[in-house]
Design a binder for this molecule. Structure first.
Ligand SMILES: [Zn+2]
Length: 197
């Protein structure tokens, strides 16, 4: 029988996405083998992101300053907004170094099956930004799957009356896949080949 404190750690680790029982056990035993200082650093890092990181009030990106480093970067073009589902998708697009605009994080994607409707994601915040600022282009970079496509279509419908150019990434990205699995070259091509929607 697994000692209860160890079972507790394994159980907590299985809550992480993509971590099954076997991986959780492997990680727990690994942590156990390492010096106490290392385990403490890991535990502190987890507590610190929870206490210091919050959402940027402009774009919903995860940040420790308000507004976030991207929104407040004067070298970036605030007239081009790239729309992504989750804050971690920003990393994928940033790795191309080709995108010099700003972001809007929706905090999800439309999914009738999961009961996620337009009120549950932050399209309203995007529309507010487009109405309040001179926006040249909105690039919709939701995932190339059913939910991402439905979300892109909905956003395009909402933006058309506002007369702002709306584009979608060219997918080259594996259909049905997630943005996060796109490598740097694929993402750069997707961005370059974007088309009007
Ligand atoms: Zn921001």
């Amino acid at each position: 029988m697994t000692a209860p404190p160890l079972a507790y750690l394994i159980n907590e680790l299985t809550r992480l996405p993509g971590v099954g029982g076997k991986s959780a056990a492997r990680l727990a035993y690994y942590i156990l083998k390492r010096p106490a200082a290392e385990a403490e650093a890991l535990a502190n890092a987890i507590l610190e992101v929870k206490s210091k990181i919050f959402r940027c009030s402009v774009c919903n990106n995860m940040t420790d300053v308000e507004p976030c480093a991207i929104c407040s970067d004067a070298r970036r073009d605030p007239a081009v907004i790239c729309v992504v589902e989750e804050a971690f998708n920003i990393q994928t697009i940033e790795q191309t170094r080709d995108f010099k605009g700003v972001y809007h994080v929706l905090l999800g994607a439309l999914s009738p099956l999961k009961g996620v409707g337009p009120q549950d994601i932050d399209v309203a915040g995007l529309l507010r930004r487009v109405r309040a600022n001179e926006i040249r282009e909105v690039i919709v970079a939701t995932n190339p799957n059913v939910e991402g496509e439905a979300t892109a279509l909905y956003i395009a419908q909402q933006l058309h009356p506002l007369g702002v150019r709306t584009t979608r990434l060219a997918f080259g990205l594996p259909v049905g896949g997630d943005l996060e699995y796109a490598d740097q070259v694929t993402m750069a091509k997707a961005l370059e080949g974007r088309r009007e929607i």
